[in-house]
Design a protein around this ligand. Sequence first.
Ligand code: ADP
Ligand code: ZN
Length: 655
Amino acid sequence: MSADALTARIYQTLADAFGYRTFRPYQEEIVRALLDRRDVFAVMPTGGGKSLCYQLPALLTPGVCVVVSPLLSLMKDQVDAAQKNGICAATLNSTTSLAELREIYASIDRRTLDLLYVSPERFNTPRFQEFLSSVELGFFAIDEAHCISQWGHNFRADYLELGQIAELFPNCPIAAFTATATDRVSEDVQTLLKLRDPFCVRASFDRPNLFYQIAYKEDFDRQLLDFLREVPDESGVVYRSTRKNVEKTAEFLRKQGFKAEAYHAGLTDAERARVQDAFANDETPIVVATIAFGMGIDKSNVRFVVHGDLPKDVESYYQETGRAGRDGAPARCLLVYGYQDIAIHRSFLDDYQDPEAREAASRRLNEMVKFAETDGCRRANLLQYFGETYTPPNFNADENGSDADASTDGAPRCGCGGCDYCVGSVRRVDATVDAQKALSAMQRTGNRFGVGHIVDVLVGARTEKIERFGHDGLPTFGVGADRDKTYWRYLISALLTQGIAELDPSKDFPIPRVTRLGWDVMRGQRQVKIVERPTGKKKKATSRRSGGSSTLLSGSGSSAAFNAASANPYSKNSLSPRDRRLFEELRALRLQIAKDENVPPYAVFSDKTLVDMTYLKPETDGEFLNVSGVGVKKLENYGYEFMQAIRQFLEENPK
Ligand code: ADP
Ligand code: ZN
């Protein structure tokens, strides 16, 4: 086939089977490499569009392509989605019945099966390998390939056996995909899978449609409520680190009138499956969960992810927040953390048997704390962790290239425009003097009292304990009376997270004490900055950060800024009120169809596709095919119903 003819076929397939006109970054290169029968190693972020990278070439390759994927639920969703696009796909796992098995084998014989999804356990059976050697194979695709590496955070012993593929099927290309980017894991995966001069791709880890926010934990329930008010009626996940907290937060949300459910390892399998399905099907919009929740979630319209506790490392944070906004429409990520979280993670470190592994986990935790605490653009900090230098798009340049000063909506725009820091809702203030007061209170009371007592000394409270120990005679007694207790607790938390004070590990009770850094502060050799408390009663001073215009955002919300920053054409927020109603009708129709077909709604159409459809209001087949995400098969299956609904809406709601 000539190069031009091949290109035409690739793009035709992209439009017909997937409904897209353009590739996402690197998709085309990967597709071409596989069609060239070359091994591929691709690191792409969640939502980067990995599945298309192997599904598309599978349609153009003779023989069946085998996809190894770690989770049953993921496989099922992928197969459902592929079938909806008219791709012939099947899954083979422990739940496959004999009749299904026969049907699969028969379709392979007829050469009609494009993709066969298998679990690693299944691949590892001699019978299956024997079977594979008797059929015409296209290529192997290994999903979540980092599971083969012990350096990653999801090691699965079953994956190790996949190292045999290269020897057993030497003529078959192998494509490995992962969203885990560290160099060590990357090298490990390539070595263990024995990839032969692979075509390597490392897509940017930037997720431009995600808005990042980090807040200090003061009163999580209240902070969560404030946040949820900014994302009404949206679907999302709230992560908590323990079962108890999961239950507590879920209960709290229900009391507040939200439809929320808990998910953790303590529930029965059946209950977990039910919660997961209800979430996927948009019946339960909010799931409060431990990190056990997520690996199996392919739901593309998750609009927010909240971390109510500090994640254990930046990889986890990235992966968990990455579950938001896979459809490319705007989504928000809020991290709320406090020093108690760090203490809990530290205590988990003792579970490590291997000192090297413990050391590595401890280092990762420190990186996470650093990320949460570091000044500057969240996006840039996050990407830097993955070895990327972020260059912000220039929002301020107008068409002629000159800088137009402020944006029309008044939100300041500098840096990435998609994080709390860059939109100007985070400010740090100098708290060196207050820190010295607090540290001195710890030091003078002998570094052996809890936070409550230290705070009492600072504000000059007359408690029984203070009198008993004679602490009212200390020079620090009452030096902090100009501030309330909440402020001092908050300040001490900040000192603990910044390592200026630490909790004495030899005590059962949390006892803060001064660290080496703390001494530098006391001697005046080091400054302390803390995030200004958004709820503080103090009047806000005017602040101008370099580059930004001076409008400040009110309250704790970054909502206005988020909406401004997410002037994304695929956001339903950008729809007119009339279009918004049409969108809701199309969404209801999608839910109905999904129920009838027993698949999750996003498998019918993504949110992004519905928004595009709302804009375009297609009335003919040709117009319907123009909608992003609509291929031939979906036109055939759903075109009539959706165009009918649009027509009816237009009749009932003339302009
Ligand atoms: P990943 O597996 O990398 O997390 P997916 O394969 O699930 O990502 O794709 C994420 C979303 O992006 C899906 O809704 C998919 O349909 C969409 N998508 C993939 N490729 C494209 C493309 N070229 N143009 C538009 N949307 C795409
Ligand atoms: Zn930013």
